[in-house]
Design a protein around this ligand. Structure first.
Ligand SMILES: NC(=O)C1=CN([C@@H]2O[C@H](COP(=O)(O)OP(=O)(O)OC[C@H]3O[C@@H](n4cnc5c(N)ncnc54)[C@H](O)[C@@H]3O)[C@@H](O)[C@H]2O)C=CC1
Ligand SMILES: O=C([O-])CC(=O)C(=O)O
Length: 266
């Protein structure tokens, strides 16, 4: 069986994913949803069998899985409609779920239609273990994220340091996962994933660092419970089309698609 997929967004992650999927006999990217103004730009980048749409109403009835790879706003805009159609939704912009209303709305839509929300681990490893133990087994979770200074451009980091001229690592944020996810929508989706898997947005503590000595994005999780403890560090180079996004993100998204198409999965 070929799994028919629709992508929301056609930026760095979606394009990298597209190249991974194109030779896969069990997966087909059938539709790509972009903003209306981007339709004519995206169409020539894709083969003619892939339909480029700009309204969620144009999603085909036979789509098996929709993957959001477009940002917080897009998840707010389209997430509920996808789930209400009974289609499972993969989420990369997990940080948007720090908004309680959005999180509740999506869960209700999924519950009522029988569809599922799959939060893609994306750029971070160790989520399986954190999620297996969960809230009941963990007492403290600390996340520390490091990226090169220019990856924090256009974020509140610009108000606390001179990103262009940092000569040593600088802590640009310390606080809860909830505030981190809201303040850094393009850099702290992994923070939200850790929070959702573990002890929640308000209990997960976060440090974000602009580090002139790192060339790869680095995500460190320290998690402790009464009977278990974890330390995980994930280092990944970035995607050519978006130097702030880890290349691991699209590999992880591809794995989630394979999970739906393959008969043996790990
Ligand atoms: N969970 C994870 O590990 C990670 C998650 N992300 C999330 O994935 C998103 C995409 O990342 P990249 O591909 O690197 O970003 P990108 O900026 O290269 O691509 C995003 C694309 O989505 C499109 N887009 C934005 N809003 C849209 C909307 N309402 N409807 C349709 N298209 C829309 C943009 O035009 C752009 O082409 C990020 O904004 C972030 O929220 C990013 C990195 C890691
Ligand atoms: O790509 C990464 O390393 C992580 C990231 O941007 C995010 O979580 O939003």
């Amino acid at each position: 069986m070929t799994v028919k997929v629709a992508l929301i967004g056609y930026g760095a992650i979606a394009q990298d994913l597209f190249f991974k999927v194109q030779d896969d006999p069990y997966l087909t990217i059938k539709q790509v949803l972009v903003r209306h103004r981007s339709c004519e730009i995206v169409k020539p980048l894709l083969c003619s069998t892939i339909e480029v749409i700009s309204s969620i109403d144009d999603l085909d009835d036979d789509i098996d899985f929709v993957l959001e790879c477009a940002g917080h706003e897009a998840l707010c805009e389209y997430g509920e409609a996808v789930l209400r159609r009974g289609i499972d939704l993969g989420v990369l912009s997990a940080g948007a779920l720090s908004d309680i209303n959005l999180d509740t709305g999506l869960r209700q839509a999924a519950h009522q239609s029988g569809s599922k929300i799959i939060v893609v681990p994306g750029a971070i490893g160790g989520i399986d273990a954190i999620s297996s133990v969960g809230k009941t087994g963990l007492t403290a979770v600390q996340y520390t994220g490091r990226k090169a200074p220019l990856s924090w451009k256009g974020t509140p980091a610009e108000n606390v340091c001179d990103l262009e001229n940092l000569s040593e690592p600088f802590e640009i944020y310390a606080g809860t996962a909830r505030d981190a996810a809201r303040l850094f929508p393009k850099n702290a989706n992994v923070v939200a994933t850790v929070a959702l898997a573990g002890i929640g947005f308000d209990e997960t503590l976060v440090r974000l660092i602009a580090d002139p000595f790192v060339s790869r994005n680095t995500h460190r999780i320290e998690a402790h419970g009464d009977n278990v403890s974890f330390s995980f560090e994930t280092c990944s180079g970035t995607l050519p089309d978006n130097p702030r996004t880890s290349a691991l993100t699209s590999q992880s998204a591809y794995r989630i698609l394979k999970m739906r198409s393959d008969s043996f999965f790990l």
